[in-house]
Design a protein around this ligand. Structure first.
Ligand SMILES: Nc1ncnc2c1ncn2[C@@H]1O[C@H](COP(=O)(O)OP(=O)(O)OP(=O)(O)O)[C@@H](O)[C@H]1O
Ligand SMILES: [Mg+2]
Length: 385
């Protein structure tokens, strides 16, 4: 902490004492200015202004962000610079109607968010991912990387997540589709959720996990823990980025390998986006079926292709046909989801992986309508369950 922060903290405490003693006229900014004039008259004007800004921010916590974070309807807060603050409510992105006084004020708010987490950003390390105590996910990018000023994105964590019933209520999928997916998960089909950025993949993954029987041992693996499983027997693992000196990184891939030694009944991987694809495929094909994950893709067929590409990148010596075969054996169901322009998240298709079918998938449901299960592997699995 800089000396000026200590001074700001001392003045903030004085401010509270003054207010308790009835010395406030209700205008916080004016009170702070008067206090700084009185207690720090020896400082240069620019330093006094900086000090006043810090005291004010300390006194109001996260400043303009505070009412947004206190609003339970806000799912995401996006700050693209002091004058551009947006929120997502009910799937819609809209201007938040608040602003910061300056880049400096916004940076102070960012520092206040990161400091208790032991993280910081500066010109040398202008990117930062962190997770708040309440589980919300925070990303910060500052100049020179961000051209419009410091950027802050906070994705709100819902303590209990959304259940499959919640998703039906929100119009994300039909009740019959939710029921089909719950049967697939309970019967240990491996399910992959695919979709674009922010299409609700993680939320759906979390809801699907609710169909895992309570007695099973679940290991979850994520970059930044977002899942909130309702079962008791859950081991949650979180990857670790390298330190500023480039040491100590623990990848998703290392955690997937480690999870196999933890006697899991199910492995839930938040998102497959790297070499872990290969380890996951091998695990799925050697007795760890019934796992759940998400992948960034444009269609169910594309999700399979993406998984193949990721696995091939992990071991360039593997023949493509071998990896394609592993993908087809490992993944049984793909749930493809999209974010509509009106903000709704919609399951566009549920598909069973069938090697002989066109695109290697058979569509089981689309647009909320169920089609036949066919006679493939999934039909047999569900028939036996
Ligand atoms: N079914 C849904 N209906 C309405 N809003 C949803 C739904 N699913 C998710 N959301 C909202 O959409 C945002 C993104 O959700 P989520 O994190 O699940 O998406 P994602 O596809 O995993 O995103 P990313 O690509 O960043 O991993 C969240 O703010 C969440 O509250
Ligand atoms: Mg996600």
């Amino acid at each position: 902490m800089e000396p000026i922060d200590d001074l700001a903290e001392a003045l903030r405490e004085q401010l509270i004492r003054d207010a308790r003693a009835g010395a406030s006229d209700g205008d916080l900014a004016a009170d702070v200015a008067a206090l700084v004039e009185r207690e720090a008259a020896a400082l240069a004007p620019a330093e006094r202004a900086d000090l006043a800004a810090r005291v004010l921010l300390a006194a109001t916590g996260l400043g303009p962000l505070e009412p947004l974070l206190a609003d339970p309807d806000v799912d995401e807060v996006m700050v693209n610079g002091p004058d551009a603050v947006y929120v997502e409510r009910g799937g819609r992105v809209e201007p938040a109607g608040v602003r910061f006084g300056s880049d400096g004020e916004l940076l102070h708010a960012i520092e206040r968010i990161l400091a208790p987490l032991g993280r910081r950003v500066d010109e040398a390390a202008p990117l930062c991912d962190a997770r708040l105590a309440d589980g919300s996910r925070v990303n910060v990018v500052i100049p020179p990387l961000a051209l419009t000023g410091p950027c802050l994105t906070i994705r709100r964590f819902r303590r209990d997540g959304l259940s499959l019933e919640d998703l039906v209520r929100l119009g994300t999928l039909a009740a019959a589709e939710a029921e089909l997916l719950a049967r697939c998960v309970a019967a240990r089909a491996t399910v992959l959720v695919s979709g674009g950025t922010g299409s609700g993949k993680t939320t759906t993954l979390n809801a699907l996990s609710g169909a895992i029987p309570g007695a099973e041992r679940i290991v979850t693996i994520e970059d930044a823990a977002e899942l909130a499983l309702r079962q008791d027997h859950v081991v949650a693992l979180e990857a670790r980025p390298p330190s500023l000196e480039g040491r100590g990184e623990v990848t998703i891939r290392a955690l997937v390998r480690n999870a196999l030694r933890m006697r899991p009944d199910r492995i839930v991987v938040g998102e497959v986006r790297g070499g872990e694809a290969l380890d996951l495929l091998q695990a799925l094909n050697t007795g760890h079926e019934g796992s759940l994950s998400t992948v960034h893709a444009n269609s169910p067929a594309d999700a399979l292709a993406r998984l193949e590409t990721l696995a091939l990148m992990a071991d360039v010596a593997l023949p493509h046909a071998v990896v394609a075969d592993q993908v087809e054996r490992a993944v049984e169901v793909v749930v493809h989801q999209a974010r509509r322009p009106d903000g709704r998240r919609v399951v566009e298709a549920i598909a069973a992986v069938e090697p002989g079918a066109p695109d290697r998938v058979r569509v089981l449901a689309a647009g909320g309508e169920l089609r036949g299960l066919g006679e493939g592997r999934l039909a047999r699995r569900l028939g036996e369950a």
